[in-house]
Design a protein around this ligand. Sequence first.
Ligand SMILES: Nc1nc2c(c(=O)[nH]1)N[C@H]1C(S)=C(S)[C@@H](COP(=O)(O)OP(=O)(O)OC[C@H]3O[C@@H](n4cnc5c(=O)[nH]c(N)nc54)[C@H](O)[C@@H]3O)O[C@H]1N2
Ligand SMILES: Nc1nc2c(c(=O)[nH]1)N[C@H]1C(S)=C(S)[C@@H](COP(=O)(O)OP(=O)(O)OC[C@H]3O[C@@H](n4cnc5c(=O)[nH]c(N)nc54)[C@H](O)[C@@H]3O)O[C@H]1N2
Ligand code: SF4
Ligand SMILES: [Mo]
Length: 768
Amino acid sequence: MTTDVTACILCSRNCGLQVELDGDQLSKIKGDPNHVLTHGYICQKAARLNYYQNHDGRLTDPLKRQADGGFKPISWDQALTEISTSLLKIRNTHGGDAFAFLGGGGQGNHLGGAYSRQILAAMKSKFAYNSLGQEKTGDFWVNGRLFGKQTCHTTEDVEHADYVIFIGTNPYQAHGIPNARDTLKAIQKDPNRTMVVIDPRVSETAKMADIHLQLKPGTDAFLISAMLGVIVQESLFDSKFIAQHCVDSEVVLETFRRIPVAEYAAKADVPLELLTQVARDFAKADKASVRIDLGIQQTLNCTLNGYLEKLLYLLTGHFGRKGCNNLHTFLLPILGNTDERKRIKGKSLKRTAYHGMIPIGGIYPPNILPDEIELAGEKRIRAVFVDSCNPANTYADTQAFERAMGKLDLCVVVDVALTETARLAHYVLPASSQFEKWEATGFNLDFPVNGFHLRHPLFKPMGNTLSEPEIYTRLLEKMGAIPTRFPVLEKIAQFEPKTSKHLAYMAGLAATLVRRKKWIPFAASVMYRTLGPHLKDSQGRVAAAAAPLLPITLQYAAKFPVEVRRAGHSGNKLSLGSNLFEAIVNGQSGTLLSEHRFEDVWNLMGYKDKKIRLAIPEMLKALEALHTGLVAEDTQTEFTTNEFPFILMAGERRAYNANQIYRDPNWRKVDQDGFMRMHPADADKLGVAQGERVKVTSERGQILAVVEVDDSVRVGVVTLPHSYGMRAQGAENVTVGPAINRLTAAAHCEPFSKTPYHKHVPVAIQRL
Ligand SMILES: Nc1nc2c(c(=O)[nH]1)N[C@H]1C(S)=C(S)[C@@H](COP(=O)(O)OP(=O)(O)OC[C@H]3O[C@@H](n4cnc5c(=O)[nH]c(N)nc54)[C@H](O)[C@@H]3O)O[C@H]1N2
Ligand SMILES: Nc1nc2c(c(=O)[nH]1)N[C@H]1C(S)=C(S)[C@@H](COP(=O)(O)OP(=O)(O)OC[C@H]3O[C@@H](n4cnc5c(=O)[nH]c(N)nc54)[C@H](O)[C@@H]3O)O[C@H]1N2
Ligand code: SF4
Ligand SMILES: [Mo]
């Protein structure tokens, strides 16, 4: 039995863990009190991580699909040679646009993304699809317009706020904020702090709140507009903040002067007095903050919701201060800035062939992919690489995905497990688990103190698995994108004295890349092969995969020298960055990167003049349309019909779900069926009892579900959890729990961002 430290890989918080290892088993798991960001906090899900590490669906060998549809284990060399030949043929015949890459990292594995993304460059394709493109791109687009760059991502200092509004998020179960349950309890206990939850369900967080606005699903745009109406009409906005930090405010204020507050509150079906009180108290609070998530992002008007939510704290000046909303830094660039108003290197953004869709934050939306494969004729996507996601279960419209995948000339899946998507692939490449290789999360979204945790491997790789850095580097070598040896760089790395702190290597790399520009997109693999073997932590472990962090860290330190020093790192202009890098390589319980002052948010702005552009013409137009729709009693905004009278919120976060990371259903202590919540009045009307099975039908498909009679939901609204619907181990067609994306249609999405309306799926429910 040995003890070690690592981090949880189940949600964006990536809490530090102390683990006991018994042979190849994770036998005991606790929070790591020394972790620089999470300080020992964990939730119940982390204790079950051995179900991720060890289960009989783990892949051990590369697999190739056979004529009979089954898979045969093959060698890495055969797999990568055949894949490389096939990729090159597709690229040379049809061009790079025939290739798409999906994924690149789940909740805790973003280091591999630095390597996997290189395949896009090797294929000369821009088509990077990712799970963020079905939840957060509307939000990123709004950030781009308000703050100047789509990478200006906001965060919320809930821990220090005295007035917090949670809209469409259930942090008690989903976390997403630092040490969620402790943070929520602290607010709950303190009579001087107020928690407001805006959610159609009495969620676990709503139960803890001082005020719960149980709105009608999909009406947030009305509710938040009404709050902004109160704030503007009662002159509760912060005119000093607006004058100092914002431009174009007048047209925005004028818009909200005209909002019919009472009508909008009625549309959202919340009491006018309560809404008014929340708007007033929020505006008047000293430290107030708003936290949002899927409840407003995967539903009607999602991009507009993101705009309105941000106006709440911007018009009231709850921004750039302690206890308010802020911008933050990133170490790993998990998002890009693809603002459609700007040409990048003189070129417009690449549009997809069928939908003409542009990327947001560098990401294309999964909802359009089946069409781009099936309907784009000669310009269709013909080859797809899938890494660290399971689209055949998690992206909207499972049937469309299954059908489209079947039409590809080449589909390769890189995963630790034989997922539903892997079963559709031509080749399946087995990755070492996140506890068998160096890994890190890029979800370091904290401010003013931000950190990073590079995790070392706890176990030897299972079977013939390889890490993503090794898989993609070998593939690039096979494709001829990079050579297998780099004699000059190898020598520099080998003979560089420790005291030079990799700076000679960096100079050598720069000189090499100036001469060999075509290697620039593959710098991660070049560094992995040359510097990598010489990177060791204090325990002598070789951290080759961490090589690409060196230039990123040097850039970070050059950009924020004062803040990096404040976080405890030392060094001059040259050495600060490499000292920070050393600290990361050795920081077993995470490393603090930087400590900003709140007023530094202005230095993180994208616009050169540091001013927020409050008016976004497209959003003001969308607000008008909202109003027109209301006046016309447009049933389109309701979506339910006689045929599909219920609204299904498809994808609730619960105590025992965690995306697709656990595949063995035995990890769950409760809720094996992934029950459907239904209001007692609806259960009565349908004549269904607690625990009874029902048929759920949407315009797209049909599944079975088990009813939980539960008055936490509104009448006419039912919920099903996310994360179920995987095939049981070894079974061909037996799925465990509801496969919710058999109900969701690809076209049921916001036209602008193509984000699915998962929280608003019209369904019919019948007794069996
Ligand atoms: N336990 C657990 N935690 C997770 C995950 C997991 O699978 N399991 N997944 C992680 C991931 S990838 C994500 S993105 C986050 C998501 O985290 P959250 O978004 O917080 O979780 P959800 O339960 O999907 O939705 C939040 C709330 O939105 C409410 N909602 C539904 N419709 C509406 C609406 O129209 N308006 C409003 N205002 N609210 C609405 C729901 O009732 C629900 O309480 O969770 C992360 N954390
Ligand atoms: N209807 C509906 N659909 C939804 C949602 C919803 O609320 N409702 N939620 C959506 C949201 S917000 C999200 S984020 C997505 C999540 O859906 P996905 O992005 O598809 O799910 P993840 O759990 O992130 O996928 C992780 C995959 O990575 C694999 N994996 C684990 N470790 C490694 C590794 O080290 N290397 C590699 N290569 N693979 C590894 C796992 O086996 C798993 O297959 O689901 C979305 N789908
Ligand atoms: S699931 Fe999230 S909150 Fe829970 S222990 Fe893991 S990282 Fe922390
Ligand atoms: Mo997500």
